[in-house]
Design a binder for this molecule. Structure first.
Ligand code: GLV
Length: 326
């Protein structure tokens, strides 16, 4: 008898095929999150689950799932997990770090360049038939990226991949983390650690890459935006809630900062409609890791984590080692 698992929403046939060699699968093959009551009901007779960031896994979801051994998120972020409740229930939790670093760093750069050079507004303007002919003093002056200062708040693996790309633009790179990175990593990224105030004050492009936690809520609000240069651009590729969207909208409206590139929002997908009226912001629908190759690698890594956990091994990306016997 194969162990029974739940796959909470549509992933890839290749991943289902791999999992089915080891498990009996209850598959929600629609790309839509299960309502909380159905999620809890379908978890109740399972030993494992592949979850997506739209699944809230907390004490309520786990209440009836006494046989559950592992929940394996197809995402590097796991703020959809109540890790304390999962650990309390004796369930292993895993995520998918590493495989999405380069793709997410590419997306951060796409947003950075798009907002610096106003690419999306210019595209809309051309499509609207507004272009009457080339002008030297056109209305499209943007901000130079090369030789500017790139600031990274939350210099983990993805932040490092963003920093390494800056070398091609001859940028100065500064970052802020609670503790400094090892010297060899700082050297490879050509990055210097500064305090948060200096990061806000000196960055021409500030990229946010903090994991979300209640302590990180509104890390960037009105007070922080007020410290940034009027010519600065903010890029959020981390999680909604790290930025106070209302404060950012106000700063963009008043041109207290020059622009923003945002992939994540408070209250996704119901983002604040005031964003739609602003032409100094580029908005994308949480697509940081969205290439087929990377989403497949993430799904396969989640499957590897689950297969290892169910085989009694330590999964490669275990988030709560406390659940393992000492
Ligand atoms: C996507 O947002 C992820 O955390 O992988």
């Amino acid at each position: 008898m194969k162990p029974k698992i739940l796959v909470t929403r549509a992933i890839f046939p290749e991943t289902i095929e791999r999992l089915s060699q080891h498990c009996e699968i209850d598959y929600n093959d629609r790309d839509a999150a299960l309502p909380a009551d159905q999620l809890a009901a379908r978890l109740s007779d399972k030993v494992g689950a592949i979850t997506l960031l739209s699944d809230r896994i907390d004490a309520t979801a786990l209440a009836g799932a006494s046989g559950l051994k592992a929940v394996c998120n197809v995402a590097v972020g796991y703020n959809n997990f109540d890790l304390a409740a999962i650990t309390q229930a004796g369930v292993m939790a895993t995520n998918t770090p590493g495989v999405l670093n380069d793709t997410t760093a590419d997306t951060a750069w796409a947003l950075l360049l798009a907002t610096a050079r106003r690419i999306v507004s210019a595209d809309k303007w051309v499509r609207a038939g507004q272009w009457q002919g080339w002008k030297f003093h056109d209305d499209w002056f943007g901000n130079d990226v090369h030789h500017a200062t790139l600031g990274i708040l939350g210099m983990g693996r993805i932040g490092q991949a963003v920093a390494r790309r800056a070398a091609g633009f001859d940028m100065r790179v500064i970052y802020h983390n609670r503790s400094p990175l090892p010297a060899d990593i700082e050297q490879a990224c050509k990055a210097t650690r500064v305090d948060k105030e200096a990061l806000l004050r000196e960055s021409d492009f500030l990229v946010l890459l903090l994991p979300y936690s209640p302590a990180a809520h509104h890390t960037i609000g009105a007070a922080e935006l007020a410290q940034m240069k009027p010519s600065a651009h903010l890029i959020n590729i981390a999680r909604g809630g790290i930025v106070d969207d209302s404060a950012l909208i106000e700063a963009l409206r008043q041109k207290r900062i020059a622009g923003a590139g945002l992939d994540v929002f408070e209250n996704e997908p119901a983002l604040d409609p005031r964003y739609f009226a602003l032409d100094n912001v580029v908005l994308t629908p949480h697509i940081g890791s969205s290439t087929r190759a990377t989403r497949l690698a993430m799904a396969m890594l989640a499957a590897d984590n689950l297969i290892a956990a169910l085989a009694g091994k330590r999964p490669p990306n275990l988030l709560n080692p406390d659940v393992l016997p000492a």
